[in-house]
Design a protein around this ligand. Structure first.
Ligand code: ARG
Length: 588
């Protein structure tokens, strides 16, 4: 593994001691990687699965072992003494099962409570990454696909940031291209005073786009002018540049409303930013002999594909791919990013694979996908409506994201009012909780699915306070906070002096699950799958419920220990919320 050790990570710590045992057991196979995984069965908490594979490798060479089981026995016997391990047993074809020590579990959680959950963060060997996400197109609607990209991208960025990676959160907005000629010309035509008016009424840019497109398609003279306008804009003519800036600004303000509601940070470096880099990047590729002529266009052939990547169109213009090649170059060479992550719908997978392949042919990226620097496309499926078709409003228009978020909030607020919160909370509390719960619900409903599958957008489902929803989880967290509050104890004090005991099996199960946070975040981050973290979070709240049902906390003889378990659960839940971009609530 190229990642460093991590103190809170059970799997890595066990792997370390199993590695020692493997070397001792079969010295000839010194590069055998320990295969350790949580198993959660009745035989143990973790399992080491090397015996079978090792037996196959050494069969006939080493006569000391008669079966995989005997290899397993030896691995178990050679396991160094460790405070982590309570006992160790061998099952079937050499599975080595480990039961973790309760004392060690308790101690590890106490340590986290004192040192902070940051000590459970995965450690990556890279310093800087680019996450290219959201990335809507100027003057076109920001649709639910962009919402998915925004939510998923933000969560991935948060996971990397938690792992101490500096993340350049890039909004690769579509702000360049031939459509701007027609938009600018239409602006001139419709609003001759566009320059001195502060507020040109093009707030509804989508309508503006459609109108100008209509004009473009119907009037050849307009079309001609629009095409000329592209040339003027790209030539940097001031008036055109100014009109372009104006149009971009209107769009940007609209996008910003969505980001602000969702609490998502992004830094815009749109397509136009990379435009000046395209000629030299293409020249560099050309010098390597990668650019060829094909049917009047300039293209790059990539292995295993019938169609090449077009980098200069027949009319001499650049396109989406030329921009992405320049952006890839820029990110690698100017921004020194080691991991470039692109979050878009799966439909763009081939585009990115081709761009990355071109980057490999150019020697920018290693051909081996497991070595940095690397580029990864993170695809996702469609958002569906209840009818199983692409999500639309009743009027079959595309859904405006701001409206969608408003509706979520109104529904969330209505539910709080129905629970009588209007009487007991200040207006501000009501607003803030409604936002946290409803935006959290929208995010969680998206993130909990494997991103590659399509998911159905349903307000009633996502705002349900039962089942696997953000509402349920946020309430669970608030309830834990209220248990702690009601105890009247100062948890900060308890953390310093109190001790955790794990005598009840539900206490132990909760503790074990808490400690698995670290390896789960590592897995979710490495595979770019936020749903793995969602599943963990949901299971954590289930573990907690079981514990709380069977183990009285306040007033019990175990009060201190159990309050500390409550606190650790709340802490881990909050970190999960944070990584999913969900704002926790403390009161319900
Ligand atoms: N603007 C594009 C779209 O709406 C997404 C851009 C993704 N990022 C990139 N570097 N190509 O589909």
């Amino acid at each position: 593994a190229n990642e460093e050790e991590c103190p809170g990570n059970i799997k890595r710590q066990l792997a370390k001691i199993f590695e020692i045992s493997l070397r001792e057991t079969v010295p000839s196979e010194s590069d055998e990687e320990p295969l350790v995984a949580a198993c959660g069965g009745k035989f143990g908490d973790y399992q080491c699965n090397n015996a079978m594979g090792l037996f196959k490798k050494i069969k006939g060479k080493n006569t000391a072992f008669k079966s995989p089981n005997s290899v397993g026995q030896a691995i178990a016997n050679n396991l160094p003494q460790s405070e982590m391990v309570e006992s160790c047993s061998v099952a079937g074809p050499g599975f080595v099962n480990v039961v973790l020590s309760k004392a060690w579990l308790a101690k590890s959680i106490q340590k986290m409570l004192i040192d902070g959950i940051q000590t459970w963060a995965p450690k990556l060997s890279i310093k800087r990454a680019v996450v290219d996400f959201s990335s809507p197109n100027i003057a076109k609607e920001m649709h639910v696909g962009h919402l998915r990209s925004t939510i998923i991208g933000d969560s991935l960025a948060r996971m990397l940031e938690f792992s101490n990676v500096e993340v350049l959160r890039r909004n690769h907005v579509g702000d360049w291209g031939t459509q701007f000629g027609m938009l600018i010309e239409f602006l001139f035509e419709e609003f001759p005073k566009w320059e001195d008016e502060n507020d040109v009424p093009i707030q509804d840019l989508e309508k503006f786009y459609k109108q100008s497109k209509k004009r473009f398609d119907e009037d050849p003279a307009f079309k001609e002018k629009a095409q000329q306008a592209v040339v003027s804009l790209q030539g940097g003519e001031a008036k055109y540049r100014k009109a372009w800036t104006k149009i971009c600004e209107v769009s940007r303000n609209e996008f910003q409303k969505v980001y602000q509601r969702l609490g998502v940070q992004l830094e815009e470096k749109g397509e136009s930013f990379y435009n000046p880099y395209i000629p030299r990047v293409l020249e560099a590729l050309d010098n390597k002999g990668l650019v060829e002529e094909s049917e009047g266009a300039r293209v790059i052939f990539v292995e295993g594909r019938n169609i090449p990547l077009i980098v200069v169109k027949r009319d001499g213009g650049y396109n989406y791919a030329s921009t992405d090649l320049a952006a890839l170059w820029y990110r690698l060479n100017e921004e020194n990013a080691e991991w470039m992550i692109y979050v878009t719908d799966v439909g763009q997978h081939e585009h990115f694979e081709m761009v990355f392949d071109a980057g490999k042919r150019a020697g920018w990226l290693p051909s081996d996908d497991n070595t940095y620097p690397k580029a990864t496309h993170v695809g996702f499926g469609l958002v569906l409506g209840d009818d199983g078709k692409r999500f639309r409003t009743r009027s079959s228009e595309v859904v405006r994201l701001v409206d969608l978020l408003d509706e979520a909030k109104n529904r969330g607020k209505a539910a709080l009012i129905a629970r009588g919160k209007e009487e007991v909370w200040t207006n501000e509390e009501l607003e803030q909780t409604a936002e946290a719960v409803s935006y959290g619900a929208v995010k969680y409903a998206d993130l909990k699915n494997n991103r590659l599958t399509n998911y159905t957008f349903n307000f009633d489902q996502m705002l349900n306070d039962r089942g696997n929803t953000a509402v349920y989880l946020l309430y669970a967290h608030a309830r834990i906070c209220s248990i702690i509050r009601k105890s009247g104890k100062d948890v900060e004090e308890l953390k310093k002096v109190g001790e955790i005991a794990l005598d009840h099996s539900d206490e132990r199960a909760l503790a074990l699950h808490l400690l698995q946070f670290s390896e789960v975040v590592e897995e979710a981050g490495a595979n770019l799958l936020p749903n793995v973290l969602c599943e963990y979070l949901y299971n954590l709240s289930e573990c907690f419920t079981k514990f709380y049902t069977n183990c009285p906390v306040v007033g019990s003889s175990q009060e201190t220990s159990r309050l500390l378990l409550c606190e650790a659960t709340a802490l881990v839940m909050r970190k999960c919320f944070h990584l999913l971009g969900i704002t926790p609530v403390y009161k319900i």
